[in-house]
Design a protein around this ligand. Structure first.
Ligand code: PHE
Length: 339
Protein backbone atom coordinates (compact mmCIF):
# COMPACT_ATOMS: atom_id res chain seq x y z
CA UNK A 1 0.00 0.00 0.00
CA UNK A 2 2.91 2.25 0.81
CA UNK A 3 4.23 1.59 -2.66
CA UNK A 4 0.86 2.44 -4.21
CA UNK A 5 0.76 5.75 -2.35
CA UNK A 6 4.27 6.66 -3.43
CA UNK A 7 3.37 5.80 -7.02
CA UNK A 8 0.39 8.12 -6.86
CA UNK A 9 2.59 10.89 -5.52
CA UNK A 10 5.25 10.54 -8.22
CA UNK A 11 2.58 10.22 -10.89
CA UNK A 12 0.79 13.34 -9.62
CA UNK A 13 4.02 15.37 -9.56
CA UNK A 14 4.93 14.27 -13.05
CA UNK A 15 1.55 15.08 -14.53
CA UNK A 16 1.35 18.42 -12.72
CA UNK A 17 4.72 19.58 -13.95
CA UNK A 18 3.83 18.81 -17.56
CA UNK A 19 0.36 20.39 -17.32
CA UNK A 20 0.08 23.85 -18.90
CA UNK A 21 -3.51 24.90 -18.37
CA UNK A 22 -5.58 25.94 -15.38
CA UNK A 23 -8.40 23.70 -16.51
CA UNK A 24 -5.94 20.78 -16.75
CA UNK A 25 -4.77 21.41 -13.16
CA UNK A 26 -8.35 21.40 -11.89
CA UNK A 27 -8.85 18.04 -13.58
CA UNK A 28 -5.67 16.68 -11.96
CA UNK A 29 -6.83 17.83 -8.55
CA UNK A 30 -10.04 15.85 -9.03
CA UNK A 31 -8.23 12.87 -10.46
CA UNK A 32 -5.81 12.50 -7.54
CA UNK A 33 -7.47 14.13 -4.56
CA UNK A 34 -11.21 14.16 -5.33
CA UNK A 35 -13.85 12.05 -3.60
CA UNK A 36 -13.63 9.50 -6.37
CA UNK A 37 -9.92 10.12 -6.86
CA UNK A 38 -7.04 7.67 -6.65
CA UNK A 39 -5.89 8.63 -3.18
CA UNK A 40 -9.36 8.20 -1.72
CA UNK A 41 -9.66 4.82 -3.42
CA UNK A 42 -6.53 3.62 -1.62
CA UNK A 43 -7.61 5.02 1.74
CA UNK A 44 -10.87 3.12 1.49
CA UNK A 45 -8.88 -0.06 1.78
CA UNK A 46 -7.29 1.00 5.09
CA UNK A 47 -9.68 -1.31 6.93
CA UNK A 48 -7.78 -4.27 5.66
CA UNK A 49 -4.57 -3.18 7.45
CA UNK A 50 -3.34 -4.30 10.79
CA UNK A 51 -3.62 -2.00 13.83
CA UNK A 52 0.11 -1.19 13.72
CA UNK A 53 0.21 -0.43 10.02
CA UNK A 54 -2.89 1.79 9.99
CA UNK A 55 -1.44 4.93 11.66
CA UNK A 56 1.77 4.68 9.65
CA UNK A 57 -0.07 4.49 6.32
CA UNK A 58 -2.58 7.10 7.48
CA UNK A 59 0.21 9.55 8.25
CA UNK A 60 1.90 8.83 4.95
CA UNK A 61 -1.37 9.32 3.05
CA UNK A 62 -1.94 12.68 4.71
CA UNK A 63 1.56 13.79 3.90
CA UNK A 64 1.17 12.74 0.29
CA UNK A 65 -2.22 14.46 0.02
CA UNK A 66 -0.57 17.65 1.34
CA UNK A 67 2.39 17.31 -1.03
CA UNK A 68 0.16 16.86 -4.08
CA UNK A 69 -2.01 19.75 -2.98
CA UNK A 70 1.08 21.96 -2.66
CA UNK A 71 2.48 21.02 -6.02
CA UNK A 72 -0.81 21.68 -7.79
CA UNK A 73 -1.34 25.01 -5.99
CA UNK A 74 2.16 26.14 -6.80
CA UNK A 75 1.72 25.26 -10.45
CA UNK A 76 -1.67 26.95 -10.45
CA UNK A 77 -0.14 30.22 -9.18
CA UNK A 78 2.58 30.03 -11.75
CA UNK A 79 0.05 29.61 -14.60
CA UNK A 80 -2.17 32.43 -13.31
CA UNK A 81 0.80 34.78 -13.19
CA UNK A 82 1.72 33.89 -16.74
CA UNK A 83 -1.85 34.44 -17.89
CA UNK A 84 -1.95 37.86 -16.20
CA UNK A 85 1.37 38.87 -17.75
CA UNK A 86 0.13 37.84 -21.20
CA UNK A 87 -3.07 39.85 -20.71
CA UNK A 88 -1.14 42.97 -19.70
CA UNK A 89 1.19 42.61 -22.65
CA UNK A 90 -1.77 42.29 -25.03
CA UNK A 91 -3.49 45.36 -23.62
CA UNK A 92 -0.52 47.69 -23.56
CA UNK A 93 -0.90 50.95 -25.45
CA UNK A 94 1.75 52.24 -27.76
CA UNK A 95 1.97 55.83 -26.55
CA UNK A 96 4.34 56.74 -29.35
CA UNK A 97 1.48 56.51 -31.92
CA UNK A 98 0.09 59.90 -33.00
CA UNK A 99 -3.43 60.58 -31.60
CA UNK A 100 -6.59 61.09 -33.63
CA UNK A 101 -7.17 64.83 -34.12
CA UNK A 102 -10.27 66.15 -32.34
CA UNK A 103 -11.87 68.83 -34.46
CA UNK A 104 -13.56 71.56 -32.48
CA UNK A 105 -16.93 72.88 -33.68
CA UNK A 106 -17.82 76.56 -33.70
CA UNK A 107 -20.94 78.69 -33.89
CA UNK A 108 -22.72 79.27 -37.18
CA UNK A 109 -22.57 82.91 -38.36
CA UNK A 110 -26.35 83.16 -37.89
CA UNK A 111 -25.90 82.15 -34.25
CA UNK A 112 -22.94 84.49 -33.76
CA UNK A 113 -24.89 87.54 -34.92
CA UNK A 114 -28.07 86.43 -33.13
CA UNK A 115 -26.13 86.14 -29.87
CA UNK A 116 -24.55 89.57 -30.36
CA UNK A 117 -27.97 91.13 -30.99
CA UNK A 118 -29.40 89.42 -27.90
CA UNK A 119 -26.49 90.74 -25.81
CA UNK A 120 -27.05 94.29 -27.03
CA UNK A 121 -30.78 94.20 -26.27
CA UNK A 122 -30.29 92.55 -22.90
CA UNK A 123 -27.95 95.44 -22.10
CA UNK A 124 -30.89 97.78 -22.82
CA UNK A 125 -33.19 95.90 -20.42
CA UNK A 126 -34.95 93.63 -22.91
CA UNK A 127 -35.72 89.99 -22.19
CA UNK A 128 -35.97 87.18 -24.75
CA UNK A 129 -39.42 85.70 -25.54
CA UNK A 130 -40.21 82.53 -27.44
CA UNK A 131 -43.19 81.57 -29.58
CA UNK A 132 -44.41 78.62 -31.65
CA UNK A 133 -43.37 78.11 -35.28
CA UNK A 134 -46.59 76.22 -35.98
CA UNK A 135 -49.12 78.93 -35.38
CA UNK A 136 -52.82 79.76 -35.46
CA UNK A 137 -53.98 82.06 -38.23
CA UNK A 138 -55.24 84.33 -35.44
CA UNK A 139 -51.75 85.08 -34.07
CA UNK A 140 -49.96 85.24 -37.41
CA UNK A 141 -52.57 87.43 -39.18
CA UNK A 142 -55.87 88.28 -37.58
CA UNK A 143 -54.71 89.69 -34.25
CA UNK A 144 -52.16 91.70 -36.24
CA UNK A 145 -54.94 93.53 -38.06
CA UNK A 146 -54.80 91.28 -41.12
CA UNK A 147 -58.38 89.97 -41.50
CA UNK A 148 -58.98 86.94 -43.77
CA UNK A 149 -59.54 88.98 -46.96
CA UNK A 150 -56.62 91.39 -46.43
CA UNK A 151 -54.53 91.72 -49.62
CA UNK A 152 -51.22 91.85 -47.68
CA UNK A 153 -51.72 88.16 -46.83
CA UNK A 154 -50.89 87.29 -50.44
CA UNK A 155 -47.34 88.60 -50.15
CA UNK A 156 -46.82 86.26 -47.21
CA UNK A 157 -48.53 83.21 -48.67
CA UNK A 158 -47.31 80.31 -46.65
CA UNK A 159 -47.51 76.66 -45.73
CA UNK A 160 -50.90 75.85 -44.27
CA UNK A 161 -51.38 72.80 -42.10
CA UNK A 162 -55.13 73.26 -41.81
CA UNK A 163 -57.27 76.26 -42.84
CA UNK A 164 -56.60 77.58 -39.39
CA UNK A 165 -53.03 76.52 -38.62
CA UNK A 166 -49.89 77.44 -40.52
CA UNK A 167 -46.12 77.82 -40.31
CA UNK A 168 -45.68 81.39 -39.09
CA UNK A 169 -44.66 83.91 -41.75
CA UNK A 170 -43.33 86.43 -39.24
CA UNK A 171 -42.19 86.58 -35.64
CA UNK A 172 -44.75 89.39 -35.14
CA UNK A 173 -47.08 86.61 -33.93
CA UNK A 174 -45.02 86.56 -30.72
CA UNK A 175 -46.04 90.18 -30.02
CA UNK A 176 -49.61 88.99 -29.53
CA UNK A 177 -48.65 86.06 -27.28
CA UNK A 178 -46.54 88.34 -25.11
CA UNK A 179 -49.17 91.07 -24.81
CA UNK A 180 -51.84 88.48 -23.92
CA UNK A 181 -49.70 87.15 -21.10
CA UNK A 182 -47.86 90.17 -19.76
CA UNK A 183 -48.90 93.63 -18.60
CA UNK A 184 -46.89 96.71 -19.65
CA UNK A 185 -44.16 97.73 -19.28
CA UNK A 186 -43.07 95.22 -21.94
CA UNK A 187 -39.58 95.10 -23.40
CA UNK A 188 -38.85 91.90 -25.35
CA UNK A 189 -37.09 90.57 -28.40
CA UNK A 190 -37.99 87.24 -29.98
CA UNK A 191 -35.62 85.56 -32.42
CA UNK A 192 -36.86 82.60 -34.46
CA UNK A 193 -37.52 80.82 -37.71
CA UNK A 194 -40.22 81.93 -40.14
CA UNK A 195 -41.61 80.36 -43.31
CA UNK A 196 -42.78 81.77 -46.61
CA UNK A 197 -43.42 80.08 -49.92
CA UNK A 198 -40.59 81.93 -51.64
CA UNK A 199 -38.34 80.41 -54.29
CA UNK A 200 -34.68 80.09 -53.31
CA UNK A 201 -32.28 82.69 -54.73
CA UNK A 202 -29.34 84.78 -53.51
CA UNK A 203 -31.58 86.87 -51.24
CA UNK A 204 -34.58 84.60 -50.58
CA UNK A 205 -35.23 81.34 -48.79
CA UNK A 206 -38.52 79.67 -47.79
CA UNK A 207 -37.12 79.34 -44.27
CA UNK A 208 -35.33 82.25 -42.70
CA UNK A 209 -34.92 84.02 -39.37
CA UNK A 210 -36.31 87.17 -37.88
CA UNK A 211 -35.78 88.96 -34.61
CA UNK A 212 -38.93 90.66 -33.39
CA UNK A 213 -38.80 93.52 -30.94
CA UNK A 214 -41.65 94.94 -28.87
CA UNK A 215 -41.79 97.75 -26.34
CA UNK A 216 -45.04 98.85 -24.69
CA UNK A 217 -45.07 101.45 -21.94
CA UNK A 218 -46.39 104.89 -21.04
CA UNK A 219 -45.25 107.65 -23.42
CA UNK A 220 -43.39 105.50 -25.97
CA UNK A 221 -42.80 107.39 -29.25
CA UNK A 222 -41.15 106.94 -32.62
CA UNK A 223 -38.07 108.67 -31.14
CA UNK A 224 -37.61 105.70 -28.77
CA UNK A 225 -37.79 103.34 -31.74
CA UNK A 226 -35.18 105.31 -33.64
CA UNK A 227 -32.86 105.61 -30.64
CA UNK A 228 -33.09 101.90 -29.91
CA UNK A 229 -32.32 100.87 -33.49
CA UNK A 230 -29.52 103.41 -33.80
CA UNK A 231 -27.88 102.00 -30.67
CA UNK A 232 -28.18 98.47 -32.06
CA UNK A 233 -26.71 99.33 -35.47
CA UNK A 234 -23.80 101.37 -34.11
CA UNK A 235 -22.88 98.53 -31.76
CA UNK A 236 -23.07 95.99 -34.56
CA UNK A 237 -21.63 97.92 -37.49
CA UNK A 238 -19.53 100.61 -35.81
CA UNK A 239 -20.06 104.22 -34.74
CA UNK A 240 -19.99 105.52 -38.31
CA UNK A 241 -23.13 103.58 -39.18
CA UNK A 242 -26.13 105.80 -39.93
CA UNK A 243 -29.74 104.67 -40.04
CA UNK A 244 -32.54 105.93 -42.28
CA UNK A 245 -36.27 105.53 -41.71
CA UNK A 246 -38.48 105.41 -44.82
CA UNK A 247 -42.28 105.57 -44.67
CA UNK A 248 -43.91 102.22 -45.37
CA UNK A 249 -47.06 100.29 -44.62
CA UNK A 250 -47.64 97.38 -42.24
CA UNK A 251 -51.19 96.60 -41.09
CA UNK A 252 -50.09 96.14 -37.47
CA UNK A 253 -48.11 99.38 -37.04
CA UNK A 254 -49.12 103.00 -37.58
CA UNK A 255 -47.12 104.88 -38.62
CA UNK A 256 -44.85 102.26 -40.21
CA UNK A 257 -41.40 102.49 -41.68
CA UNK A 258 -38.62 100.52 -43.23
CA UNK A 259 -35.19 100.97 -41.74
CA UNK A 260 -31.96 101.08 -43.73
CA UNK A 261 -28.34 101.35 -42.61
CA UNK A 262 -25.64 103.23 -44.46
CA UNK A 263 -23.73 100.85 -46.72
CA UNK A 264 -20.83 99.22 -44.87
CA UNK A 265 -18.88 99.04 -48.14
CA UNK A 266 -18.99 102.58 -49.40
CA UNK A 267 -20.24 104.39 -46.30
CA UNK A 268 -23.16 105.88 -48.25
CA UNK A 269 -21.55 107.01 -51.52
CA UNK A 270 -23.12 104.21 -53.56
CA UNK A 271 -21.43 101.01 -54.75
CA UNK A 272 -22.22 97.55 -56.10
CA UNK A 273 -23.08 96.14 -52.65
CA UNK A 274 -25.83 98.73 -52.03
CA UNK A 275 -26.64 98.86 -55.76
CA UNK A 276 -25.83 102.57 -55.87
CA UNK A 277 -28.29 103.41 -53.08
CA UNK A 278 -25.77 104.13 -50.33
CA UNK A 279 -28.16 102.35 -47.92
CA UNK A 280 -29.15 98.74 -47.24
CA UNK A 281 -32.64 97.74 -46.10
CA UNK A 282 -32.64 95.68 -42.89
CA UNK A 283 -35.99 95.77 -41.17
CA UNK A 284 -39.59 96.82 -40.84
CA UNK A 285 -40.86 98.76 -37.84
CA UNK A 286 -43.43 101.17 -36.51
CA UNK A 287 -45.70 102.18 -33.65
CA UNK A 288 -47.91 99.28 -32.61
CA UNK A 289 -51.39 99.83 -34.13
CA UNK A 290 -54.01 100.75 -31.48
CA UNK A 291 -56.24 97.95 -32.82
CA UNK A 292 -53.52 95.41 -32.03
CA UNK A 293 -52.95 96.79 -28.53
CA UNK A 294 -56.69 96.91 -27.78
CA UNK A 295 -57.17 93.38 -29.14
CA UNK A 296 -54.69 92.19 -26.50
CA UNK A 297 -56.50 94.07 -23.74
CA UNK A 298 -54.07 97.00 -23.44
CA UNK A 299 -55.55 100.43 -22.72
CA UNK A 300 -54.47 102.67 -25.64
CA UNK A 301 -55.30 105.81 -23.65
CA UNK A 302 -52.49 104.97 -21.25
CA UNK A 303 -50.01 102.93 -23.25
CA UNK A 304 -48.28 103.08 -26.61
CA UNK A 305 -45.58 100.93 -28.11
CA UNK A 306 -43.16 100.31 -30.95
CA UNK A 307 -42.30 97.11 -32.72
CA UNK A 308 -39.74 96.01 -35.27
CA UNK A 309 -38.82 92.86 -37.16
CA UNK A 310 -35.27 92.38 -38.42
CA UNK A 311 -34.20 89.86 -41.00
CA UNK A 312 -31.32 87.99 -39.39
CA UNK A 313 -29.88 86.69 -42.68
CA UNK A 314 -29.68 90.27 -43.99
CA UNK A 315 -27.88 91.36 -40.83
CA UNK A 316 -25.36 88.53 -41.28
CA UNK A 317 -24.70 89.01 -44.98
CA UNK A 318 -24.29 92.76 -44.38
CA UNK A 319 -22.03 92.13 -41.40
CA UNK A 320 -19.63 89.75 -43.14
CA UNK A 321 -20.00 90.96 -46.72
CA UNK A 322 -21.52 87.67 -47.95
CA UNK A 323 -22.84 87.90 -51.48
CA UNK A 324 -25.23 84.94 -51.49
CA UNK A 325 -27.56 83.98 -48.65
CA UNK A 326 -27.60 80.33 -49.77
CA UNK A 327 -24.05 79.98 -48.42
CA UNK A 328 -25.55 80.19 -44.93
CA UNK A 329 -27.50 76.97 -45.41
CA UNK A 330 -25.14 74.77 -47.40
CA UNK A 331 -23.03 73.62 -44.46
CA UNK A 332 -19.85 73.91 -46.48
CA UNK A 333 -17.03 73.85 -43.91
CA UNK A 334 -14.75 75.90 -46.17
CA UNK A 335 -17.28 78.70 -45.78
CA UNK A 336 -18.28 78.16 -42.15
CA UNK A 337 -14.72 77.92 -40.83
CA UNK A 338 -14.12 81.57 -41.72
CA UNK A 339 -16.21 82.91 -38.86
N1 PHE B 1 -43.39 91.38 -39.55
C1 PHE B 1 -42.91 92.31 -40.54
C2 PHE B 1 -42.35 91.50 -41.73
O1 PHE B 1 -42.12 90.34 -41.58
C3 PHE B 1 -41.84 93.20 -39.99
C4 PHE B 1 -42.36 94.12 -38.92
C5 PHE B 1 -42.30 93.75 -37.58
C6 PHE B 1 -42.89 95.35 -39.24
C7 PHE B 1 -42.78 94.59 -36.63
C8 PHE B 1 -43.34 96.21 -38.27
C9 PHE B 1 -43.30 95.82 -36.96
O2 PHE B 1 -42.11 92.03 -42.78
Amino acid sequence: MKQQLENIESEAIKETSSCDSIKGLDDLRVKFLGKKGELTAILKQMGKLSAEERPVIGQLANKIRQDIENVITEKMNELKEKEQAAKIAAESIDITLPGKPQSLGKLHPLSIVENEIKEIFMGMGFSVADGPEVEYDYYNFEALNLPPDHPARDTQDTFYITDNILLRTQTSSVQVHVMENQKPPIRIISPGRVYRSDAVDATHSPIFHQIEGLVVDKGITMADLKGTLETLMKKLYGDDCKIRLRPHHFPFTEPSCEVDISCYMCGGKGCSVCKGEGYIELLGAGMVHPKVLAGCGIDTEIYSGFAFGLGLERMVTARYDISDMRLLYENDLRFLEQF
